[in-house]
Design a protein around this ligand. Structure first.
Ligand SMILES: Cc1cc2nc3c(=O)[nH]c(=O)nc-3n(C[C@H](O)[C@H](O)[C@H](O)COP(=O)(O)OP(=O)(O)OC[C@H]3O[C@@H](n4cnc5c(N)ncnc54)[C@H](O)[C@@H]3O)c2cc1C
Length: 431
């Protein structure tokens, strides 16, 4: 076992904060460096809020390739590609296409499930020991299908998923409506078009930003130093080791660093001479305020056809509805595209017309965009880097909230010199 050290965590999204959490519990002196004025203001701010432990199949899969051409041609498609003169974008796309092979995608699913189940166990321990109010609820999840062929395909996958430990069952349309009465609203286009759904009772929801703020408070109370508003410009090296973190405001000496910079991780890694296969997949969300006396969703929902997720989030006496979706391969800009926001708004209005008062329009529903730090295969990158005292915890794509605690515990174990509780095959930096 290594001795305790002075460790610097680069980035204060959910990956950085959870890493700091386990490091400080292992007795290390921890500093967190973040360019924004607060924690979790980027991808971890208003994500889909689903703790999606059983739904980890990567975007890259055999069924996705035939859908890509029509998606690329439609302006309202869930996935949109904006070609750029950027070799990083094209290389990522090529690797994504190669990862769509059935064998690759099934192996990725198996590996991600081991990490997600581990993360779930850690989340259960966390909520039983700590008292952060983040709208955490064990709602279960219903994934809805509008085309019979897609539903049949999902049913065929049930046995495979069960063999890996998922607790799921198939429901016909009437059973879906009985489970979630808002789908029975005669104005709900989603309710009318579905042919069936897959229910997973063990899925959960929670607000990643509120969790992050609560964690920040706990970390400060345990002596973690936060350098907010500090942009990391580079890392100083001597004799092949990192010696200090350079920021726009000064240099911070360190024994060891953990890179948790989300979609920006490859930008820093390039300055150190190594490539991380991470590219931003831009997504959007809205947070719908409840009607004063209105009904709210009792279960988390995924519209598999339109690739939109709905999660009820409780805060004090009200339950808001987080609606998230879209995957735009459009570079690093986090500009909010009003056309995409309007599309998401219309999806929500057509799916759950009674969920809120839609009259004020999307601008009244906290429109937000974030960059998922996506790897082509959908596997995060955990552990060693080419530098012995620089560790990686990045590239969690669409599952960074779900996988946060497991990934962070693995990092802390590796730094401690202990064997992580799940196998690391496939999670490490490709050489
Ligand atoms: C629309 C949408 C919906 C999603 N829904 C879900 C969901 O339902 N469930 C789920 O599990 N996941 C979901 N995700 C994915 C999840 O939100 C991300 O995987 C996760 O937030 C990534 O966390 P992170 O800490 O790696 O990155 P970030 O949260 O982006 O954190 C990286 C931090 O590094 C900082 N940083 C970057 N560069 C520098 C620098 N040079 N110097 C200093 N600081 C720097 C950034 O400011 C940022 O705070 C969703 C994502 C999106 C966009």
């Amino acid at each position: 076992m290594r001795a305790t050290m002075h460790i610097t965590v680069l980035g204060a999204g959910i990956a950085g904060l959870t890493t700091a959490w386990y490091l400080v519990r292992d007795g290390h002196a921890v500093e967190v460096v973040e360019r924004n004025s607060g924690v979790a203001l980027e991808a971890s701010f208003a994500n889909g809020a689903q703790l999606s432990y059983s739904y980890v199949a990567p975007l890259a899969g055999p069924s996705v390739l035939p859908k890509v051409p029509p998606w690329l041609l439609r302006r309202d498609a869930p996935l949109r590609f904006y070609p750029a003169f950027d070799t990083r974008q094209w290389r990522w796309l090529l690797e994504f296409v190669l990862a769509c092979r059935r064998g690759t995608s099934e192996l990725t699913t198996q590996r991600l499930l081991s990490l997600s189940f581990y993360s779930r166990a850690l989340m259960h321990r966390f909520v039983s020991e700590e008292d952060i109010d983040f709208g955490y609820a064990r709602t279960g999840k219903l994934v809805l299908y509008s085309a019979q062929a897609d539903f049949d395909g999902a049913r065929r996958l049930l046995d495979f998923q069960r063999s890996l430990g998922c607790e799921q069952d198939a429901l016909d349309r009437a059973q879906c409506v009985a489970l979630e009465p808002m789908l029975g609203d005669s104005r709900s286009l989603l309710g009318r078009r579905i042919v069936g759904g897959i229910r997973t009772v063990s899925e959960e929801v929670g607000d990643c930003y509120r969790f992050s703020r609560g964690l920040e408070e706990k970390l400060r109370a345990q002596g973690v130093v936060f350098h907010l508003g500090s942009h990391v410009t580079g890392l100083e090296t001597r004799g092949g080791r990192i010696t200090a973190v350079n920021t726009a405001t000064g240099s911070l000496p360190t024994d060891l660093c953990v890179m948790t910079l989300g979609a920006q991780s490859p930008v820093l890694s390039r300055t150190l001479g190594f490539r991380l296969p991470i590219y931003p997949l831009k997504g959007y969300s809205l947070t719908l305020p409840p009607r004063p006396e209105g009904a709210s969703l009792g279960i988390s929902i995924t519209d598999a056809t339109r690739k939109v997720v709905y999660a009820p989030l409780a805060d004090a006496s009200k339950i808001s509805l987080r609606v998230a979706g879209m995957a735009d391969i459009s570079g690093y800009s986090n500009r909010i595209d009003p056309v995409r926001v309007k599309q998401l708004f219309l999806e929500a209005e057509r799916a759950f017309p009674a969920a809120t008062d839609y009259a004020p329009g999307p601008d009244a529903m906290q429109p937000w965009t974030g960059l998922r730090p996506a790897t082509p295969k959908g596997m995060p990158i955990l552990g060693a880097s080419p530098f012995p005292n620089l560790f990686l915890n990045c590239g969690h794509g669409a599952l960074g909230w779900t996988l946060a605690l497991g990934s962070a515990r693995i990092l802390a174990d590796l730094i401690k010199g202990a064997t992580p509780e799940i196998a690391l095959a496939g999670f490490t930096l490709p050489r």
